[in-house]
Ligand binder design. Sequence first.
Ligand code: SF4
Length: 755
Amino acid sequence: MEINRRDFMKLLGGSLAGLALGGAAGTMIKLPGSMEKVLYSGPRIESWKLTACTKCPGGCSLKVRLIDNFPIQVSGNPISPVNMGGICSMGLASIAGLYHPSRLTGPVKKENGKFIPISYDEAYKILSDELNKIISEKKQDDVFLIAQTESRLRAGMFKKFSKETGFKNLILDNFGMNSNSAYNKISVEAPDFIDFDKCDYILNFGSQMIENSINPLYYTRKLIEHRSKGFKITSIQPKLTPGITKSDNWIPLLPVSYASLAMGIAYILLKDEKYDKSYVDKYFSGFSEFKQYVLDNFYPDKVEELTGVPSDKILQTGREFEDASAPAAYFDEAVLYNSNGTYNALAIIALNALKGFKGFAAIKENFLSSLLENEKEPAETISFVKLKDQLTGNKPVQVLIISGSNFVFNNPGQDALKKQLSSIPFVVSFSSFVDETSTFAHLIIPDHDDFEKIDLLSDESMGIPVITAQQPVVSPFYNTIDTCDILISLMKDLKPGIKLSFQNYADYIKQAAQKIYSGHEGILLDQEKPTVIEKGLQKIGWNTEQYTNFDDYWDGLWGAGGWWNPFASKESYNAKIDFKETFTEGSFLSKSPINPLKNKKLHLNIYKKNLDYKGSMSIYAVLVEQFGSRWSLFYQLWAEINPDTAAGLSATDRSKVILRTNNGKFPAVLIYNPTVMPGNIDVPFGLGHTLIGDNSGINPLAYSDDLFDKQSGLASFSETPVEILTVSQGSSLSDSQVITNEKELIETKIRSIYA
Ligand code: SF4
């Protein structure tokens, strides 16, 4: 049953409809026909359920309002320590996925280039036969799995599947994994969290902490608190975004040059002899070589040339960092999205090591490792590079298994990637939609929507372990299945005799809850914190818990929305760092400094819009308008340019232009923005879906050079040269005129903006 916009507005009030006002016409939601009668005629019974938001790694607890069991409105769970009743626009619109008009209603297989519906049994047989064939031919190395999930228990299930079946090429693409990849490279445990209570200065490299991070709503509260104590935040990134405006200082720099700036700041610390000598002696192998290299190569004038940051600013920032008693140089996956990404992160880690890592901490007796017990010998995960290498090399990829990732949309080099995907003999996807990636599948077995799933989302980024309970808010609308249940069935079929302690994913979750219960630590979200006397009694073996058995606890978990341990002990983070192994001459230098002052080229700087780190916001009709709200420009791509750069090119504000890269031309509306780094053309990422949503705008990655970090496999979002072509009235892409690169960019004029 399809419902158009008018019906939709009539039937569903509340926040979802509010966001849809003025939205695109056409079908807004889809529901199984069997639900039609109840939807139109009632009896209009209201109920509420708690679940979790999975739209970003934050894991906020949600309160869902249902009428006749139809979820119609979402708000934040006020007792959750993560979001304390808060919610962002993505969370607010999270029920849109359940009703999305493009949702697949059951498994499909491709025949003569078209998807045709099949039963689940047939779909499962096709999949297990293919994988059995691969195993009997001993070709497991030619199978790749790509999974995008922010749930650590789900990621754990993928690892278990990979280990048990011998399909070792597992690519886990999630925020935490990506952010920690640089630490893994130097065989160092990443810190569990940033300890805001112990940190008196934050030098933030590129992270959108309050918009697009591991825990946006918690970070928002903590950063406000941090600043109210008089502590400073300096943020460094090419673009001034709404999140960065909450900092005390913003330092714009040229894309790909984070590593050089971090080394420039290290230079100040080393020159002033204001680093933590005892820490360095103890934990920093290869320090003297490192010191010499930094002093030889990263003096302020040189770093100014590499980064575009004036040398006096570098000096000032270095002095602030060295004078703080517990500074943290913070970064997350944001700095990794260029060809120098891993070295950006390594340089920032090195900068922290010079000050003894006081701003970071770990949780004592890591709670998650006990929860993920079956990961004691975790399967190794690999990066996207290995898949790319195998796709372009002589060794074939026989099977590709895709879960939750739309990597064709999220990567450059799309034409080549599409061609390579078309040549894989068997591709299976668990996507809920036919999207830009799953369209290459031979078989799609759609996953449940998040509102139909069970999970426990675990998080330690607040310095305490928190579990947000994700309970199914509705029974599955369609013939879909939880992907982890397919993995469990496959493990049993592909490895006869395997002993699994769980029958299905719900069982697995219940066992995880049992581990928390038997740990006798922490409390359900709605419980009173134990008194000192109760804590004392607990220590000598008394049971002071407010539930009598596991069944009570299990029910309470869903009724409260989760569990936390406000008493978890923290410990300081003293990672031992060995740079001898990884330190190579020149590795911290920007490989291709993007300096418009030198080469007079513009660069396409693709930035992630707040909260849309995977580019999926615009597939929801209720969010597509939010996308362009800052510029009141909807359903089309815009390109932000520094007015001084634009003046040199005779390009006027709000003019329609054509942008040209080595990979083609595309239209955009030019927007003057004085906070754009001179020489950059900043365009948002997330528009331009071609197979899902209303196809608004353009995906700039489709026109980007295929550059990526060879270590992490993450794509470069900021190194593609671009030109602006004029478009006169009535002209087309083919007769537009080049106006970029013909005028001189005047250095002093550009610099004056940042003085
Ligand atoms: S911050 Fe993240 S988890 Fe919280 S509501 Fe927004 S998208 Fe969902």
